[in-house]
Design a protein around this ligand. Structure first.
Ligand code: ADQ
Length: 746
């Protein structure tokens, strides 16, 4: 790999510690992330940027020397954060606002605007550090929820940089995400990236619904189109470095010694293992209560089982974590006091970090590993345990709310909130038939080893390189202003033309009520003169009903009329309308109407329009921000409800429309091509989502024009309906006038 990688994460894989004799020393952490990043950094000559994790005196010469050594020898560049910024950013906004909401604990949310300022400031300091190190062509990989604003900050300074972001924690549902103060800024912060990757498809989908609900931004399964560029979306579940665990299983003395000691201590007993950071998302009290329930109900387990709970202290400066610690201590005390015997301690509680050798010894020993988070991005302990069970021994009990559950279907899944059933599943795990146990564990083991953290890193970087290189191509495909001389020349040269014109918002402005948008005489005259040219086939398309179209345009000779977004059409000279397909049974309206009516009740000034093929909720007269917000909510609600049907809900200019997928202008285009085959000038103009179906269907080289702001697949853009009218006026006169060279639409 030739491009250099810059990894940016809150913490570096190195930490500063002051030893007892007052000297600053380096501590290395060997987490899965460091294992994954190190080879990538080595191969690319890359660097890692992160906070030193310490706010002591920056000017201390010996401390500075340690950090210089990190930069020179470890390629780790430490960021310094002023103490008050660090606290507000890390303990404050990141861990007391974002962390609880992203893990579905809104009740734990605490928000202080000053901490938000610190979060912004910290992201800015990170941004500056990256900019200082950046060289053209580098790939920047930003990690996790502490740095949600960084991608956009970087994009503003380094518009051409390749920026990828990976979220290690879950992305919450669009019901929960909007609870977050500053939610818009957070989403916009992420949108600076070329690639956004999540642990699971579920998280990715939830992110997309939040984008829609909070910013009104529509996206596709794997891409967000932002006008000038696209952001790629990926689900990339993180893995572990299996060898770092399995290598200790054979021939490592320390591991062997720990194992022998533990075996001797618990000989004859079933060992259930739990390993967590002591965080309220990990479900430690829930596990202890379920365990107590199990012991009470299965008396045969008395003196025959032990739960080893390892809990690493974490974020101890935050009150909730202190409360959790107290609660866990009490529960352990209660279980051991009430259910234990002089020869038996049912829970062995170890409230500290343990060495990797001891951890592996415990993985080897454990008959069951009980992973019970109430919510977790992935959960690596589940994978580490499985990696140590190559022989197919051991059973994994796994919470369905851990990201890992999405790919570890052979585990015994639990809902950790249901203590009774969880206890029953653990009881089953303890007595699982040997064949079933091996089958399940072998399938899990194969997958954990295959999808390791190196594979994950490579996939992320490949996707990032691809997304960044697609950016250049994407920019080339962006629409440009129509140059009048150019289009006029093409128009004049052509001998068979097909012109497809949208009506509302394209040749007339929007009116408050649909009925008020009757065409002015100038528009009728212009349409008539375009249709009168024998080289032209002119179609007026609209989402409107047949009645409106007939009433307004029925007398314009030679004009094709297309109503209800393409579901109905009328040929020139014909007195009757034809359907593109036989009308679908409209019984769906009975179930969708009450929802739209509910939105009418919630939104003063909004109303529902019923057409033959569709239902439309109009919110033009509603308070603008409220209307848009509700429209987003309505679309996300309907999207889920209509997913399995042929109906789709789309947002238009101040409307939400529900109609069958096939009733679209793209379908109508096929019909018009039959009427005007071999056209050498194809022109289509429109302003909203429904016109995109048409643009998409038209061949390369067609003159597709999108009116107004917003993203589009059209080749050209025009600013407003007036500019469209001017253009059509020029077409109408084209045969006689030769002027207008080199002008473009204003
Ligand atoms: P974490 O919330 O830290 O990570 P997890 O994935 O379980 O959660 O990783 C914990 C790591 O710490 C594991 O490697 C484990 O072995 C180690 N560990 C736990 N207890 C220990 C102890 N007592 N002593 C020593 N080591 C211990 C965040 C997200 C997760 C996501 C990871 C990686 O919250 O959902 O899986 O990032 O993306």
């Amino acid at each position: 790999m030739s491009t250099r990688l810059i990894v940016v994460s809150n913490r570096l894989p190195l930490a500063l510690r002051k030893s007892e004799d007052g000297v600053w020393v380096t501590e290395k952490s060997s987490g899965g992330l460091a294992s994954a990043m190190n080879p990538l950094l080595r191969n690319t000559g890359g660097i890692w940027i992160g906070w030193s994790g310490d706010t002591a005196d920056e000017h201390d010469e010996q401390r500075r020397a340690v950090l210089r050594d990190w930069a020179r020898n470890e390629h780790c560049f430490a960021i310094e954060l002023p103490a008050e910024v660090a606290t507000g950013f890390y303990e404050g906004f990141a861990n007391q606002t974002l962390w609880p909401v992203f893990h579905y604990f809104p009740s734990q949310l605490r928000f202080d605007p000053k901490e938000w300022d610190a979060y912004v400031e910290a992201n800015r300091i990170f941004c500056q550090a990256v900019v200082d190190q950046y060289r053209s062509g580098d790939l920047i990989w930003v990690h996790d929820y502490q740095l949600l604003l960084l991608p956009q900050m970087l994009r503003e300074v380094l518009p051409d940089a390749a920026i990828g972001f990976f979220l290690h924690i879950p992305f919450p549902s669009s019901e929960v995400f909007p609870i977050l103060p500053r939610r818009e800024d957070l989403l916009k912060g992420l949108l600076g990236a070329d690639l956004l990757a999540f642990q699971t498809h579920g998280h990715l989908q939830q992110f997309r619904s939040s984008l829609l609900r909070v910013l009104g931004l529509e996206s596709r399964v794997a891409e967000i189109g932002l006008g000038g560029r696209a952001i790629r979306l990926e689900a990339l579940p993180i893995g572990i470095a299996p060898d770092e665990y399995t290598n200790l299983l054979v021939g490592d003395q320390a591991t062997e010694q720990h194992y022998t000691e533990w075996v001797a201590r618990y000989a004859g007993r079933k060992v259930v293992l739990a390993v967590d950071r002591l965080d309220y998302t990990k479900g430690v009290p829930e596990r202890l209560r379920a365990y107590a329930r199990l012991l009470r109900s299965a008396t045969e387990l008395k003196e025959n089982i032990v739960l080893i709970q390892i809990a690493v202290p974490t974020r101890e400066g935050i009150d909730t974590y202190q409360d959790l610690r107290t609660e866990v201590n009490q529960l352990v005390g209660e279980i051991n006091g009430k259910l234990g015997t002089p020869d038996w301690t049912p829970v062995v509680y170890i409230n500290r970090a343990i060495e990797r050798e001891e951890l592996v010894a415990l993985y080897k020993l454990a008959d069951v590993c009980w992973i019970g988070p109430l919510r977790d991005g992935m959960n690596l302990v589940s994978k580490e345990y499985v990696a140590c069970k190559a022989d197919g021994g051991g059973v994994l009990v796994l919470s369905e709310f851990a990201g890992a559950a999405a790919e570890m279907g052979e585990a015994l899944l639990i809902n950790p909130f249901d203590e009774e059933r969880t206890a029953a599943v653990v009881a089953r795990a303890l007595t699982l038939d040997e064949q079933e146990r091996r089958d399940r564990m072998r399938a899990l083991h194969g997958r954990v080893v295959r999808n390791d953290v190196f594979h994950w890193g490579d996939r992320f970087l490949a996707a990032l390189e691809e997304a960044a290189s697609a950016r250049g191509r994407y920019a080339d495909t962006q629409p440009r202003r129509v140059r009048i001389s150019e289009i006029q020349e093409a128009y004049l040269r052509a001998s068979r033309r097909l012109l497809i014109l949208d009506y509302d918002g394209t040749v007339v402005p929007f009116a408050d009520f649909p009925q008020q948008a009757a065409p002015p005489p100038t528009v009728l005259k212009m349409l008539a003169s375009l249709a009168a040219d024998s080289s032209n086939c002119v179609a007026l398309t609209s989402g409107r009903r047949i009645r409106d179209m007939d009433q307004w345009f029925g007398r314009v000779e030679g004009l094709w009329l297309i109503a209800e977004h393409g579901a109905e059409f009328k040929q020139p000279g014909s007195s009757s309308w034809e359907s593109l397909r036989s009308p679908a049974k409209a019984d769906w309206k009975a179930s969708v109407m009450p929802i739209l009516e509910h939105f009418v009740d919630r939104t003063p000034g909004s109303f529902v329009e019923e057409k033959d093929y569709s239902l439309v909720w109009h919110h033009r007269l509603a308070e603008p921000e409220f209307g848009v917000w509700l429209a987003n909510e309505l679309v996300s609600m309907l999207e889920a409800m209509l997913a399995e049907t042929e109906l789709r809900a789309t947002r238009g200019a101040n409307i939400v429309e529900v109609k069958p997928v096939w009733a679209n202008k793209g379908e109508a285009f096929t019909r018009l091509q039959e009427a005007q085959p071999h056209a050498d000038f194809l022109f289509a103009v429109g302003d909203d989502r429904t016109d995109e179906d048409l643009f998409e269907r038209m061949p390369d080289g067609a003159w597709t024009v999108h009116v107004g702001p917003g993203s589009t697949g059209a080749a050209f853009v025009a600013p407003d309906f007036e500019s469209v009218r001017r253009l059509l006026g020029i077409f109408a006169e084209a045969g006689t006038s030769a002027g207008a060279h080199g002008r473009s639409l204003p």
